[in-house]
Design a protein around this ligand. Sequence first.
Ligand code: ATP
Ligand code: MG
Length: 230
Amino acid sequence: PLEEIRESVELKEVSFEYEVGRPIIKDISLRVKAGQMFGIVGKTGAGKSTIIHLISRLYDPTNGEILIDGVNVKEIKNHDLRKHVGIVSQETYLFVGTIADNIRYANPDSTMDQVIEAAKAAYAHEFIIKLPDAYDTIIGAGGVGLSGGERQRLSIARAILQKPSLLILDEATSAMDTQTERKIQEAIDELKEGCTIIAIAHRLSTLRDADQLAVIEDGKLLEQGTHEEL
Ligand code: ATP
Ligand code: MG
């Protein structure tokens, strides 16, 4: 089973299309070394989030393969992927269920105290206790809807509880006021400790801490290197 990332997360000649004949990811190869922070930069619609969907197996590549420590993600049990790959984003997968169950998605055995502790650390507790049934509020289809910023904070709470080996950060703090954004950034910085990280942003300046960077344009890998090289 997947315990930690020892070597790398690798995309090998990966292509993908949501609809037949409309390629979105075009022959991308890249290697994220264990323990590093790898930044992916590109304009809106470039295909950045799609790459994350492929790594987390929401979709499988049309061509090529994705390897974690040399093992094709298709061979890794769903349960293991869910446990070890943490995604922080405004589009994080939320299922129909209570807020509490959504936070302990990757760690179903967590106690209510642990759930609340994680929510507090992610600055999600404040909005959760204002919901009709607080942590027991049902979200998702038919349930209470959440804003992008609230979804993002929920995903941070989930990741704090999860302590993933691979942490994926899909930037979208634009929907938030600056004070909330700063708090969230602090929570994220703490979360990063000890993880292999893939961080997505629109601008290079947001990824100052990245060890390696890839620039994606129109589904293609335009260039790759360190800050100095780019
Ligand atoms: P942003 O910076 O705005 O988040 P992105 O780089 O993450 O953009 P993606 O979400 O990966 O971009 O989308 C890449 C392309 O794939 C876009 O043209 C988008 O319309 C298309 N796309 C995304 N999701 C789907 C889907 N479920 N079905 C069909 N096309 C999709
Ligand atoms: Mg995106």
